[in-house]
Design a protein around this ligand. Structure first.
Ligand SMILES: Nc1nc2c(ncn2[C@@H]2O[C@H](COP(=O)(O)OP(=O)(O)OP(=O)(O)O)[C@@H](O)[C@H]2O)c(=O)[nH]1
Ligand SMILES: [Mg+2]
Length: 478
């Protein structure tokens, strides 16, 4: 727009046409003004287009979240979105209510199955010493399952229908164990078809939005919530029952350390007007099927010039993959031009086995996977970030008296403490990276508990700044 000063402006007089202007002079002046206006408009248009171009060509950083199933990849993605894409996150929040409800119902059905097995006299071979159980119970009577339990089972039976309805709505990710499909320990090897039943693998791109909706009101959702609310008191009675607790302990079922545990929050999450919180969402479990992509936009990018005020910002494209062995072959096509890998290795799993392949120890699996990622020539220039995750669960496990060296003999007689275990694993993963990376590079390692949203927000800011610095350094080298 042109500048036209008002009568009080010092330029006003200067910009008025001369009083003795002839008609020819007036035409020439008007033409000059029109030309000047055209030039000015063209400059404005150029600036506008330049801005639009800069916006379109915003630097894009490709980030992959990798790690075995249940390592916390999707939970990390939730933290990223919560922290850096708040508006979109708000729209999705309500949809997570169904996932929490499914998690609640799942835990209750697990308990009902245990009671049924116990009542049928089906005692697991590796159950804990019965004498210890007897000593812990206040008398043998309280350990027995009675008519009261049978009544609870009948009253809670409608939850089986609720589970079916929620599963139907939430799709393949709501299945606790992946379907049988060829497995591969790393994305670089062909899936082992020989030892697997031939079935169509379950690879397809899937976004949370597809399954969660945007919180629209649906009569089936309301009816699931109503049934859950009607069962609230019975669910509480079941979870607080002494015989149930002892049976779970005997079967080494530490439900409150398993994914998607909400039974201590039944008063809140099983109520009709339950409003899901961020803390609930990071604890909710929905398996990732296929690969989902999300974008985050940051205002300040590594190529911005603070002196000239030129800011093009940058965009992160984050890919979250399904981590179980049946899905790893699907990762490979995403390795092209990847800038950053955030690899999650849970530190609490040294005594656990893979759900999809119970012959394999989870820590061993994580080490194999990490080594393959570090060794890859395709990924040799990729920045590696390692989250040693689930530190809270490690703490609880060690407190229960589980000894690390029983499962990891190389840990030796080091103190059985969180700090020592994390330090030990940190060194192991770091050494593997050094040994196997085709080119020299550093790895950034963070001990994390990604269900702790406050602490994770700080870690993610550090990660973002670290990625920014690396990219800045790379751009200066070019
Ligand atoms: N206590 C605790 N639970 C965690 C932590 N990280 C993740 N979880 C829980 O573990 C479960 C699995 O986490 P996800 O993020 O879904 O795991 P994933 O790596 O995406 O798993 P896949 O999608 O199967 O590959 C969820 O219920 C999380 O709440 C942690 O640090 N501490
Ligand atoms: Mg996931």
């Amino acid at each position: 727009m042109g500048f036209s000063p008002g009568p009080t402006d010092p330029f006003y007089e200067l910009m008025q046409p001369p009083l003795d202007e002839t008609p020819a002079q007036k035409t020439a002046r008007q033409k000059r003004e029109l030309d000047a206006q055209r030039v000015s408009d063209q400059i404005d248009e150029d600036i506008k287009q330049e801005r639009a171009r800069a916006k379109k060509n915003k630097s894009v950083v490709k980030v992959l979240l990798l790690g075995q199933s249940e390592s916390g990849k999707s939970t990390t993605l939730k933290n990223f979105r919560m922290r850096f894409a708040a508006a979109e996150w708000e729209k999705e929040r309500h949809g997570w209510r169904s996932v929490v409800q499914l998690n609640v119902v799942r835990s209750i059905i697990t308990i009902l199955k245990v009671i049924e097995a116990e009542m049928n006299g089906d005692v697991p071979a590796d159950s804990e010493d019965d004498q210890t159980m007897l000593n812990e119970a206040n008398g043998v009577e309280s350990m027995k399952f009675t008519d009261r339990h049978q009544l609870l089972m009948i009253r809670l039976a409608p939850l089986i229908g609720v589970e079916a309805e929620l599963k139907r709505r939430l799709g393949a990710g709501s299945e606790p164990v992946p379907s049988i499909a060829p497995m591969a320990a790393t994305p670089f090897e062909a899936p082992d078809v020989e030892n697997n039943v031939r079935r169509k693998p379950e690879f397809y791109v899937r976004s949370w939005k597809d399954v969660l909706g945007e919180g629209s009101s649906n009569p089936n959702i309301d009816s699931s919530a109503a049934t859950i609310a009607d069962c609230k008191d019975d669910m509480k009675a079941l979870w607080e029952d002494k015989a149930v607790r002892l049976a779970l302990k005997r079967r080494r079922l530490h439900l409150n350390d398993t994914a998607g545990f909400f039974l201590s929050d039944l008063d809140r999450v099983a109520s009709r007007d339950y409003a899901v919180t961020d803390d609930d969402i990071v604890r909710a479990r929905l398996r990732t099927v296929g690969i989902q992509e999300y974008q985050l936009t940051f205002k300040h990018g590594p190529w911005d010039n603070p002196k000239s005020g030129k800011e093009s910002g940058w965009e992160w494209r984050i890919f979250d993959v399904g981590g179980c062995r049946t899905m790893r072959a699907a990762w490979l096509p995403y390795f092209d031009n990847v800038n950053v890998i955030i690899f999650l290795s849970p530190v609490s799993v040294f005594d656990q086995r893979l759900e999809e392949d119970p012959k394999v120890n989870r820590l061993e699996d994580s080490i194999i996977l990490w080594t393959s990622i570090c060794s890859s020539k395709l990924l040799s220039k990729t920045q590696l970030i390692l989250f040693l995750n689930k530190c809270d669960l490690l703490r609880r496990k060690l407190k229960r008296g589980v000894k690390v060296n029983q499962y990891l003999p190389s840990f030796g007689d080091r103190p059985n403490e969180v700090i020592t275990v994390v330090k030990y694993l940190r060194e192991k993963f770091k050494d593997l990276q050094k040994q196997h990376s085709p080119e020299h590079r550093s790895v950034y390692i963070y001990p994390t508990t990604v269900t702790d949203t406050t602490a994770t927000a700080t870690t993610l800011e550090t990660v973002r700044d670290g990625v920014l610095r690396e990219n800045l350094a790379a751009s200066q080298l070019i």
